[in-house]
Ligand binder design. Structure first.
Ligand code: MN
Length: 141
């Protein structure tokens, strides 16, 4: 659990209920969570904390999620961080152009969040590369 706990997920979401639910689920999966409630704050938090993954809403106060993503992708310190967009919007070209790794359509099942965590933040990349990984992991546990 130690190495896993060091991974950080930044949630940029202005809907308090959904942001808190996401934070709870992601923390329970063993990750550190950082939260921002508008696009500008999202950019600031990303630059100061350098998270391993960003979950970005599109409709945000102060700066849209697409603008924030474009800034993060143009910033050397943050351009490597995958940005997964979560939105109810159906027009997402700006986010795709800005360099979003993936678009999730709200409402989002929590199992979908777990899939995204597993995809972008594998718990043990070295073990995952081996066909015998699960057997070894079980033995180690
Ligand atoms: Mn929103």
């Amino acid at each position: 659990m130690m190495a896993q706990a060091e991974k950080k997920v930044l949630i940029v979401e202005d809907n308090d209920h959904w942001r808190k639910l996401l934070a709870m689920v992601i923390e329970r999966c063993g990750y550190q969570v950082i939260q921002a409630t508008n696009g500008l704050e999202g950019v600031e938090r990303a630059i100061e904390a350098i998270p391993d993954l960003i979950l970005m809403d599109l409709g945000l106060p102060k700066m849209s999620g697409a603008e924030a993503t474009a800034i993060l992708k143009a910033t050397p310190a943050t351009k490597h961080i995958p940005v997964v967009i979560q939105t109810a919007y159906t027009v997402v070209e700006n986010a795709v152009r800005a360099g979003a790794a993936e678009i999730l359509n709200k409402p989002i099942e929590l199992s979908e969040i777990q899939r995204v965590l597993a995809k972008y933040l594998p718990l043990n990349p070295a073990a995952a590369a081996s066909p015998h990984a699960s057997a070894r992991t079980n033995a180690a546990a």
